[in-house]
Design a protein around this ligand. Structure first.
Ligand SMILES: [Zn+2]
Ligand SMILES: [Zn+2]
Ligand SMILES: [Zn+2]
Ligand SMILES: [Zn+2]
Ligand SMILES: [Zn+2]
Length: 274
């Protein structure tokens, strides 16, 4: 790397390690994360947890997953093999994502790629080894599968288990509680946050920012990615939602500026600062 490239690289890294990657306006206190400030981190987690926001929703999801899995295994069992190469291995991705039986070796020859093969025989071995059950027997006799190894084990001990199996409900409850409690933990810990709010508006690029109204580019003050005061509407005593504005757009707000700022603004215009 030549020197200026190195410097540029370092500046970028320093910026990244210094300011929140999401909002850019806060220095993370690193209570939860190095890259994100605490409030951005919390919002991200809350969004993720949205999928698991109620027990009923989790249960419904898990039921659908279970049904899909059974359907796919039945489909796989019917597979008589590839008409071209006679292999019984199908592409796992195509099976799980699209419910399709596509010969894995033939697909790899044609397209390459990194997906893995799956066959009914291997699945049977897996269930036998890990859950001690006969997969084919389950699909034929019950049209159902144990929820997990524990559920399979309960059934092996007591065949009545299938009639009053609550394992899926327990699993859903567990997942729901895990998410709810981890979010509560974060909320509690959030009180210790000492993230520093940046005084200056910080931007994505080392050299330019863009006017939030007309999208004209604005030169950034330094490699610290700080916009110049003159592009900060707050500097002009304006209360607008934009954080970065160019001179032309600011001129439209001149009437709203306090008298002293109006004076300074005119001076800037005369001196050709924009
Ligand atoms: Zn942030
Ligand atoms: Zn084939
Ligand atoms: Zn069970
Ligand atoms: Zn913090
Ligand atoms: Zn503008």
């Amino acid at each position: 790397m030549i020197d200026w490239e190195k410097e540029n690289h370092q500046a970028k890294r320093q910026f990244r390690s210094y300011y929140c990657s999401a909002c850019k306006q806060k220095k993370p206190c690193q209570l939860f994360d190095r890259e994100y400030c605490c409030s951005c981190y919390y919002h991200q987690e809350r969004e993720k947890a949205g999928e698991y926001s109620s027990y009923e929703k989790v249960l419904e999801d898990k039921q659908k997953e279970q049904e899909a899995k059974i359907k796919q295994l039945k489909l796989l069992r019917e597979y008589s093999g590839c008409s071209q190469c006679e292999s019984k291995q199908v592409d796992a991705f195509e099976l799980y994502e699209n419910n399709k039986l596509i010969c894995h070796p033939c697909l790899m020859k044609k397209e390459g790629g990194a997906s893995s093969p799956i066959s009914f025989l291997e699945q049977q071995k897996w269930y036998k080894k890990h859950w001690k059950i006969e997969l084919s027997e389950w699909l034929t006799n019950y049209g159902y599968l144990p929820v997990n190894a524990d559920c399979a084990w309960k059934w092996l001990k007591n065949k009545e288990h299938l009639n009053n199996c609550a394992c899926l409900k327990e699993k859903a409850q567990g997942i729901y509680e895990l998410f709810a409690s981890s979010l509560k933990e974060i909320e509690k810990k959030l009180k210790e946050c000492v993230c520093e709010k940046s005084e200056k508006i910080r931007v994505n690029s080392d050299y330019y920012a863009w006017c939030e109204k007309c999208e004209k580019s604005i030169v950034v003050a330094s490699k610290k990615r700080v916009i110049k005061n003159r592009n900060d509407p707050r500097f002009w005593g304006l209360e607008v939602k934009e954080k970065v504005l160019c001179g032309d757009c600011l001129a439209n707000y001149q009437e709203q500026m306090p008298a002293s700022k109006k004076y300074t603004f005119n001076k800037y215009v005369k001196r050709g600062y924009w």
